[in-house]
Ligand binder design. Structure first.
Ligand code: NAD
Length: 260
C-alpha cells in the first residue's frame, strides 16, 4: 500500500480539501506522516516549498493540489480531487527530477549547508550591498546594489523573473545569477545581466558587509552574523515531482503568466 503524507496550508478550504483527500484514499493508501512515499501538498506554491523542505532528507515524491487560483508547482485544482484519487489508485506516473541549489555559508570557522528549490537571495534595500562575486575563484565583479539572487530552473519563474532574469526550461542542471537593483554609473558598474552557469561552476560571494547577512532560501529567511563567504553550486540531490498527468512547461507558463 502507498504510504502518503499531507502538508496542508492552515486555511479552512485547504483543511477541507485535505480531509476529502484522506477520505478518498482510505481504501488504497496508508496515511503516514513520518515515512511517506508520496507527499501531497494542499495549498499553493508556498505550501509546496514547505513540503519540500519538510521532507528534504527523505526519498519521497511530491504532488500539489492548489486551493487558490493557479500555482506553478501544483498540478490539481480543488475541484479535481476525484481525478487525483483515481490517478493515485492507477499508480501510473512520470517522475520529474528538479534540481536544487546547495548553499554553503561559512562563518565562525564552520560551514552550514542549505538546499534551495527556487532560489537563494540576498536582498536588502536600505544599505548598499557591496559584494565581491567570484566564479570558480575568479573575480567576476564587485557588485553594488540591493542584492543578488541565484535561482534554479524551477525558481527561474519565481523571484528571478520579477527582477528581470530569464525563464529557464527545466530539465538541465543550470543556475542563474541575477542582480537586484544594481548601481550602474561611471564609478561603479557590474555585469547588468543575468549569468547562467552549469553544474561544474561555483559562485562565491564575499563582502566586508557580511557582518550581518539577511538571506532568503525559498520561503525561509535567515539572519547570519560574521559570514566569511557564501558558496553556491548545483546540488547532487534532486527532488522528485510526480506527474500523474502530463503538463508541458509551456502549458504551465501559459497557464500562470499569459492566459487570462
Ligand atoms: P508565497 O508563497 O506567497 O509566494 C509568492 C508568489 O511566488 C506566489 O504567487 C507563488 O505562486 C509564486 N511562486 C513561488 N514559487 C514559484 C515558482 N517556482 N514559479 C512561479 N511562481 C512561483 O511567498 P513566500 O513564501 O514569501 O516565498 C516563496 C517564494 O515566493 C520564493 O521562493 C520567491 O521566489 C517567491 N517570491 C517572489 C516575489 C516576487 O516575485 N517579487 C517576492 C517574494 C517571494
Amino acid at each position: 500500500m502507498i504510504q502518503y503524507a499531507l502538508v496542508t496550508k492552515q486555511d479552512e478550504l485547504s483543511k477541507k480539501i485535505a480531509q476529502e483527500i484522506k477520505d478518498g484514499l482510505k481504501e488504497i493508501a496508508n496515511y503516514n506522516q513520518e515515512k511517506p512515499d508520496l507527499v501531497i501538498s494542499v495549498g499553493g506554491d508556498g505550501t509546496m516549498l514547505t513540503s519540500v523542505h519538510q521532507y528534504l532528507n527523505q526519498d519521497v515524491g511530491y504532488i500539489g493540489v492548489h486551493t487558490g487560483t493557479l500555482g506553478f508547482y501544483t498540478d490539481y485544482l480543488k475541484d479535481e480531487i476525484d481525478e487525483l484519487i483515481m490517478a493515485i489508485k492507477n499508480n501510473q506516473y512520470k517522475i520529474n527530477h528538479r534540481n536544487l541549489l546547495e548553499v554553503s555559508v561559512y562563518r565562525h570557522g564552520k560551514k552550514d549547508t542549505y538546499l534551495a528549490l527556487n532560489e537563494m537571495r540576498i536582498d536588502y534595500g536600505f544599505v548598499t550591498q557591496v559584494i565581491n562575486v567570484y566564479i570558480d575563484d575568479e573575480l567576476l565583479e564587485v557588485f553594488r546594489g540591493n542584492g543578488l539572487c541565484v535561482s534554479t530552473p524551477s525558481g527561474s519563474t519565481a523571484y528571478n523573473k520579477s527582477i528581470g532574469g530569464a525563464v529557464i526550461y527545466p530539465g538541465t542542471p543550470l543556475m542563474q545569477l541575477t542582480e537586484v537593483a544594481p548601481i550602474q554609473h561611471n564609478a561603479y558598474r557590474s555585469l547588468g545581466a543575468s549569468m547562467i552557469l552549469d553544474a561544474n561552476r561555483v559562485i562565491k560571494l564575499e563582502s566586508n558587509h557580511f557582518k550581518c547577512v539577511s538571506m532568503g532560501i525559498d520561503n525561509l529567511h535567515f539572519d547570519f552574523s560574521d559570514v566569511e563567504k557564501i558558496e553556491i553550486r548545483i546540488a547532487t540531490k534532486t527532488v522528485n515531482f510526480i506527474e500523474y498527468r502530463s503538463m508541458s512547461f509551456i502549458q504551465r507558463i501559459r497557464r500562470a503568466f499569459i492566459c487570462e
